[in-house]
Design a protein around this ligand. Sequence first.
Ligand code: IMP
Ligand code: MG
Length: 179
Amino acid sequence: MHSDIQEIVLSQDRIRERIAELGVQISEDYGDEPVLMIAVLRGAAIFIADLSRQVASPIELDFMAVSSYGSSTKSSGVVRIIKDLDEDIEGRHVLVVEDILDTGLTLKYLLKNLASRKPKSLEVCTLLSKEGKQRVPISCKYIGFDVPDEFVVGYGLDYAERYRNLPYIGILKPAVYAD
Ligand code: IMP
Ligand code: MG
């Protein structure tokens, strides 16, 4: 375990197993219909790489970058599109892939924006959802895990851009924030 990590919340094995299950569910739901999977950078990059490889339906990938956090651990509520899609989504099945649903502010903004481009369908798959935390209601069809309201890192999730490459999800030691 990394020396900055206090506790592992989700092991590499549990994440892998759950993603396989999500892949089956998504494949059954879309069948042979093509689906455009959109990852919200940068946190969801690792998740979409693993998830997309568990989906049997014909998929395409695209990426969007938004800013909602600086290097702090609190949501600012300010969302800005830093990188827009390359693809036109009108008339297509769109599945937004997110790392974590916290206040929901980022997704709310994003979904409203994407819905205005008239996709055939628009669903969300989030790896993590912080239970009881969502400030805005978001309908999220696929949820990997409900997690307690604590700041977590690893498997794409960062603290000040670090720890994204940890293969598991864990809680940082409090001393790390003090630096
Ligand atoms: P929201 O707008 O509050 O839902 O924030 C969503 C974004 O905040 C996520 O896509 C993450 O980038 C970041 N975030 C929220 N909670 C955590 C956490 O516990 N660890 C790391 N990043 C987080
Ligand atoms: Mg972040």
